[in-house]
Write a new protein. Structure first.
Length: 430
């Protein structure tokens, strides 16, 4: 989880910005959901009742003091009782996210819990998953039901016929947990259209959790124009990827080659959408930029750059539809429309865990002929001749996956015939 040693942003701003992000991601509605933070004095800052979630201002945020008095121009959320009950039951929780994201609502009305063993990151970030029995919204009974589930050690809780509540040490951590939980739920729903879902074993989860990146530290010299431009491009496309739901804040990595020996890569333990130019990490041989932690996938990026000189950018990502194929044995047919084949060519599949190893084997699964691949139970990998080219391919990959899943509800998927594929190979010099 991401956590700063000092909280410098006011709770009003944290709640306002986080709600704006949740609403912008279409993970709640204008009237649904509420966020809160408990500060060091025991006061609870919470989103207001009956105020447009898509247009919150910092003045709208309400403070409920430890003595019960209220400061604010609005009443606190009607769900304040269960926020208070959770804080009383779990002193380690300092922030709460409650919302009605579509996938988790689907689980709530089926009275089921998503199995987060789908991905190592979801399993790690979401913590223990629980289920709370229904009670009237805003009631003390609902507070008791939810708080009891958190008291049992759960961190992410499905509310029967209602939605979801998650807690965290900070609002940033709670948001990451909420996002990862919804991502797991969406992927499971999409994968259910494709066939049996594959879950990770204890051994596989442990292998992912124990991976680390060991680089020596170095201080780079003055930045070149190319480095400055690549930093700008990477930050812009990572931010766009988050907003288009091709990336999630807790997982994924994007890199760009600087020269034969070095590349820039996203850091570990940093929210992807809020990355700054200086957050990106330069990796050069066995060294990484001082004072920063490179993505734990940096060695995999490095192996691909060393094996494939034409590759100039790489992204490991988790777009929901393509990732649904990665957790099943279903084949993602990219011979559906010309764009899909021209951009993706022959889509590979990487066995679970290959990308975590330091033997460079991941480089065997991509090439000029196969620029992208599904990572078993871990999303996708896409390579390209530039940052733009790589991002474009990622978009095409996800659009293709969504179209194929949607097509299954209509009829049989018809691939382009071999003579059409050969015509495309000649026309586009593939």
């Amino acid at each position: 989880m991401m956590s700063d040693s000092r909280d410098l942003v006011h709770p009003r701003d944290l709640i306002m910005r986080t709600m704006d992000r949740i609403y912008g991601y279409r993970m709640t509605t204008t009237s649904g959901g509420n966020l809160s933070i408990r500060d060091d004095s025991g006061d609870i800052w919470i989103s207001p009742a009956r105020v447009d979630k898509g247009n919150l201002t910092r003045r709208d945020i309400v403070r409920v003091r430890a003595d019960g008095t209220v400061d604010g121009i609005h009443p606190p959320s009607s769900e304040f009782p269960f926020h208070k009950a959770i804080y009383q039951a779990r002193p380690d929780i300092r922030a709460i996210v409650h919302a009605h994201p579509v996938a988790l609502v689907a689980f709530s009305i089926c009275r089921e819990k998503p199995n987060t063993r789908l991905f190592h990151q979801a399993f790690s970030v979401c913590g223990r998953v629980g289920f709370a029995a229904y009670a009237c919204p805003g009631s003390e009974q609902l507070g008791r039901n939810i708080a009891g589930t958190f008291a049992d050690g759960c961190d992410s809780v499905i509310l029967e016929n209602h939605g979801v509540v998650v807690g965290g040490e900070t609002l940033a951590a709670a948001f990451e947990r909420f996002e990862a939980f919804e991502f797991a739920g969406k992927t499971l729903i999409k994968a259910a259209h494709l066939g049996p879902v594959r879950f990770l074993s204890d051994t596989q989860l442990a292998e992912a959790a124990q991976r680390s990146v060991d680089f020596e530290s170095f201080t780079p010299g003055a930045a070149s124009d190319r480095e400055r431009e690549l930093r700008r491009e990477l930050c812009n496309f990572v931010r766009r990827g988050c907003r288009q739901r091709l990336l999630i804040s807790t997982e994924g990595s994007f890199s760009a080659r600087l020269d034969e020996q070095s590349f820039l890569v996203t850091p570990t333990r940093k929210d992807r959408e809020s990355l700054l130019l200086e957050d990106l990490v330069m990796v050069r041989g066995t060294e990484r930029e001082s004072g920063k932690l490179a993505s734990r996938a940096a060695k995999a990026h490095q192996a691909i750059y060393q094996r494939h000189p034409a590759v100039q950018a790489i992204v490991f990502a988790h777009p929901v539809n393509a990732t649904a194929f990665s957790v099943t044995d279903a084949t993602l047919d990219v011979r559906t429309i010309p764009e899909s084949f021209v951009f993706l060519r022959d889509l590979g599949r990487v066995p679970v865990g290959v990308q975590y190893r330091e033997d460079g084997a991941i480089a065997n699964y991509v090439s000029e002929r196969s620029p992208a691949a599904l990572l078993q139970n871990d999303g996708v990998i896409v390579t390209g001749r530039s940052v733009l080219d790589t991002f474009d391919r990622l978009e095409v990959l996800e659009s293709t996956a969504e179209a194929v899943i949607n097509a299954r509800a209509i009829g049989d998927v018809r691939s382009m015939p071999e003579e059409v594929i050969e015509e495309l190979r000649i026309a586009f010099n593939l």
